[in-house]
Ligand binder design. Structure first.
Ligand SMILES: [Zn+2]
Length: 263
């Protein structure tokens, strides 16, 4: 598997991405929470731009650094000669923890928030919100993600497993989805669900500063940022001070225009 080329890596990752999006959209169609469907134009436009920028700059970087770590016996999983059945779940857990820390830093550090606020400026909360990231945020996150792959010694199959699970979790947690309350309570102990993450997209600061996870909710519990939420909660989505109709160019200019915070 570690002989996989960057092109093959991209094909497998892209198929996983499409399947993850399709599954999340299907669940959203099955259990819609709010009639407001959001803007495909702005969110899809940002996604297209990000795909081009990252595609040109670093199309298979994760595959390359993973193979380098394998060849040079670098990283915890290679040093401990972990079997794949251990390496894959550890890779998913480790990279999700790094993502949790990165997300918290994006809310704490003013320069990072200038880019991350673009994601929060979506006045709707829907699967396409998961595509709404400023290219600056993704470029700043890239070195950290690659360093984590090397430090952990994540095998290529572990990178792919993480990317696909993470993509689904990202689409699902932003889904305009209202799950049955019993299911929300049971699954919310382990996973970040749309109701938990919807709270994180609130305009109110105390709600905004909670539930930073993407796949697992236990990082938030462990680090004291978890807050219970159900689909019955009313949340005022978005950022105060930003216009609801911001198009792709408007959101791209946001980091230069200033800092918008929750109330
Ligand atoms: Zn956030």
């Amino acid at each position: 598997m570690n002989s996989m080329t960057e092109a093959e890596f991209q094909v497998v990752k892209s198929i996983g991405f499409v399947l993850a999006l399709g599954l999340a959209v299907a669940i959203q169609h099955w259990r819609p929470h709010d009639p407001h469907q959001g803007s495909w134009r702005t969110n899809g436009g940002l996604w297209g731009l990000n795909a081009v920028i990252l595609g040109l700059l670093c199309v298979g970087c994760a595959c390359t650094v993973s193979r380098w770590a394998d060849t040079n016996d670098a990283g915890a999983l290679h040093l401990t000669e972990a079997a794949l059945w251990i390496a894959i779940p550890v890779s998913i857990l480790g990279l999700d923890l790094v993502s949790y820390g990165w997300h918290r830093a994006n809310h704490r550090v003013s320069l990072l928030w200038r880019f991350h606020q673009v994601h929060h400026s979506d006045p709707a909360f829907t699967t396409t919100t998961a595509l709404r990231f400023h290219p600056g945020e993704l470029l700043l996150a890239l070195p950290l993600r690659l360093a984590a792959i090397v430090a952990l010694g994540v095998p290529i199959v572990g990178v792919i497993a993480f990317e696909v699970v993470f993509a689904f979790a990202n689409f699902f947690e932003h889904g305009n989805i209202g799950l049955p309350l019993g299911l929300e309570r049971a699954l919310g102990r382990t996973f970040i669900l749309p109701a938990l993450h919807r709270r994180h997209h609130s305009q109110e600061k105390p709600l905004l500063n909670s539930n930073y996870g993407t796949i697992f909710s236990f990082w938030d519990r462990f680090f004291g940022t978890y807050a219970d939420a159900t689909s019955n909660d009313r949340v005022h989505i978005g950022l105060p001070g930003t216009r609801e109709s911001l198009g792709p160019l408007g959101v791209l200019a946001m980091p230069a225009r200033g800092v918008f915070r929750g109330k």
